[in-house]
Design a protein around this ligand. Sequence first.
Ligand SMILES: CC(C)(COP(=O)(O)OP(=O)(O)OC[C@H]1O[C@@H](n2cnc3c(N)ncnc32)[C@H](O)[C@@H]1OP(=O)(O)O)[C@@H](O)C(=O)NCCC(=O)NCCS
Length: 166
Amino acid sequence: MDSIIETERLYLKEFTITDAQLLINLNSDEEVTRYTGDGPVKNIEEAQKILSDIIFPQYKNKMGRWAVYLKSNNEFIGWCGIKYISEAGEYDLGYRFFKSKWGKGYATESAKAVMEYATNSLKLKNIIGRAAKENIASINVLKKLGMIYLRDELCAHDPAEVYILK
Ligand SMILES: CC(C)(COP(=O)(O)OP(=O)(O)OC[C@H]1O[C@@H](n2cnc3c(N)ncnc32)[C@H](O)[C@@H]1OP(=O)(O)O)[C@@H](O)C(=O)NCCC(=O)NCCS
């Protein structure tokens, strides 16, 4: 499948069922899942179920968590994208990368492109992002996207902040 979004250094495309191992690898680092509310993915079957039950249904609305790759060497580095949370009626921006890829601006670069696509092509409004208060890197990303503080809430039992792009 072709990429959906390209940036200077990255391309984003839909996960496929053969990508199950990538989810296992990404979630295997407890620092990566420290603030995310989930944890390790046990096996291929569980990863395939996450893909088919949680990730793929979002794709029919041209959104969802997209796999992020480096253009330079086609390496998978994590995911980024918008998920519609029907219970809350909210469009939720999320991102997650391997620790070896943190601090290089990839979250900001991919999320900026995702937000532009969502507002310009999908015409979405009021996209939110939530992050644990201690997850300074994630809160920084939200602020760098021009999102503004909306409210406090609990996220996986951690005090968290919600930001919104109006
Ligand atoms: C949160 C996460 C996606 C950030 O990814 P990233 O690619 O490192 O982010 P960026 O490089 O775009 O950095 C964004 C800003 O935060 C700053 N930053 C990065 N790590 C930081 C840290 N540990 N402490 C303080 N600031 C930090 C960066 O300096 C940058 O700001 P600047 O451009 O003004 O310098 C990454 O840490 C991650 O995958 N964490 C695990 C999963 C997760 O927590 N996801 C979010 C759940 S809400």
